[in-house]
Design a protein around this ligand. Structure first.
Ligand code: ADP
Length: 320
C-alpha cells in the first residue's frame, strides 16, 4: 500500500506534461523541471569547479567560474519564484472569478425560481397539462442551478478563507432530524429506505447549525445517490467521551480502493459513479470536509466497492 503510494507520488513528480497541464504553465516553467535543471547545473558546476581547482592555480579563474555558477543558479531560482507567482496569481484570479460569477448568477436564478413557483401555484388553471409538466421540468433544472451556484460560492469562500461560521449551542440530533426530513422525499423517489437513530439525551455542542446541516445533507444525499433501488441508508448519532459522532452508512456502489485517496479533492468523481450516470459536481465532500474541520471536527470514511460506504464525522463537545 505504502509502496504503491510512493510509486504513484514519484510518477506524478516526474510527469512534467501532466504537471504543466494542472498548473496551466509550459513544461519548462514547472517547478519539477526547474528543480531537475538546477540539480543538473549544481552537479556540472561542482565537477567544473573541482576540475578547475585541480588544473589551474589562478584564483581569478576560480572566482570567475564560481561567480558564473552563482549567476546561473540565481537565474533558475528567479524562474522558479516567477512560475510560483504566476500560478498563485492565476489561482487567486480564478477563485475571484468564480466568486463574482456565482454572486451575479444567484439573484436571477432565485428570481426565476420564485416566478416559476408563483406561476405553478397561482395560475395552474391557465396552463395545459403538458405546459405544467414542462414548467415543472424547468423548475427542477433551475433548482439544480441554484444548488450548483451555492456550492460554487461555498468553494470560493473556502478557498479565500472566508467561510464564516456563526456558532450557537445546538443539539446535533435536531440537525440530523432536519437533514433526514430534507432528504426523505429523494430517498422515497429513489426507492431507498432511510433510517436514523439518535440517543435520547445528546449534549449541546457549539456549531454553525446551517453549515453543519449542509455537510450532513451532502453526506446523506450522496448515500442515497450512490445506492441502488431497495438499498438502505442509515444515520446514527453517538456520544463518545468528549465527542459527538455521526455515521452515514449505505449499502451502495462503494468507492474503488485506488480512488479513495482522491475522494475529498475538489471536483473529484470516482469512475464507478460516472459510469452509472449519476448527477454530481465533485464539490459536496470538499465542502463537507472543510465545514467540519473548520468547526473543530474530523470527517473520514470507509468503503468497499460493490458493498457500500460509511462516512463518519465527529465534533467536540465543548463543556461550559
Ligand atoms: P458529487 O456527489 O456531486 O459527485 P461529492 O464531492 O459529494 O460530489 O462526492 C465525490 C465523489 O465521491 C462522488 O462523485 C462519488 O464518486 C464518491 N462518493 C461520495 N459519496 C459516496 C457514497 N456514499 N458511495 C459511493 N461513492 C461516493
Amino acid at each position: 500500500m505504502l509502496g504503491h503510494k510512493l510509486k504513484k507520488r514519484l510518477a506524478d513528480e516526474f510527469d512534467l506534461v501532466k504537471q504543466a497541464e494542472d498548473l496551466g504553465v509550459s513544461v519548462w516553467q514547472t517547478p519539477s523541471f526547474l528543480f531537475i535543471v538546477m540539480g543538473f547545473v549544481i552537479l556540472v558546476a561542482m565537477t567544473g569547479v573541482y576540475f578547475i581547482s585541480n588544473n589551474y592555480d589562478s584564483p581569478d579563474v576560480l572566482v570567475i567560474s564560481e561567480s558564473a555558477v552563482v549567476a546561473i543558479l540565481f537565474t533558475i531560482g528567479n524562474f522558479i519564484i516567477n512560475s510560483f507567482n504566476q500560478v498563485a496569481k492565476a489561482n487567486k484570479m480564478k477563485t475571484e472569478f468564480v466568486s463574482i460569477a456565482s454572486h451575479q448568477l444567484k439573484t436571477p436564478i432565485a428570481e426565476m425560481n420564485w416566478q416559476i413557483e408563483l406561476l405553478l401555484s397561482k395560475f395552474p388553471e391557465g396552463l395545459s397539462e403538458k405546459q405544467q409538466l414542462l414548467i415543472g421540468q424547468i423548475e427542477r433544472s433551475s433548482q439544480k442551478m441554484a444548488r450548483l451556484v451555492n456550492d460554487l460560492l461555498d468553494v470560493a469562500r473556502i478557498d479565500q478563507g472566508r467561510l464564516a461560521l456563526t456558532k450557537e449551542a445546538v443539539d446535533l440530533c435536531d440537525v440530523v432530524s432536519d437533514a433526514i426530513a430534507n432528504q426523505q422525499p429523494f430517498s422515497t423517489i429513489a426507492g431507498i429506505e432511510l433510517k436514523s437513530a439518535c440517543p435520547v439525551k445528546s449534549p449541546k455542542i457549539l456549531i454553525d447549525k446551517k453549515r453543519i446541516g449542509v455537510a450532513l445533507d451532502n453526506l446523506i444525499s450522496n448515500a442515497i445517490k450512490y445506492t441502488n433501488k431497495q438499498g438502505v441508508v442509515e444515520v446514527f448519532l453517538e456520544v463518545k467521551n468528549d465527542l459527538v459522532q455521526v455515521r452515514v452508512r449505505d449499502n451502495g456502489v462503494g468507492i474503488p480502493s485506488n480512488e479513495q485517496c482522491d475522494i475529498f479533492k475538489k471536483f473529484f468523481r470516482s469512475n464507478n459513479s460516472m459510469k452509472n450516470n449519476t448527477d454530481g459536481t465533485g464539490l459536496g465532500l470538499y465542502i463537507a470536509k472543510n465545514i467540519i474541520e473548520q468547526s473543530g471536527g474530523k470527517l473520514w470514511f470507509q468503503s468497499i466497492e460493490g458493498a457500500g460506504s460509511e462516512f463518519l464525522f465527529s465534533l467536540p463537545i465543548i463543556k461550559a
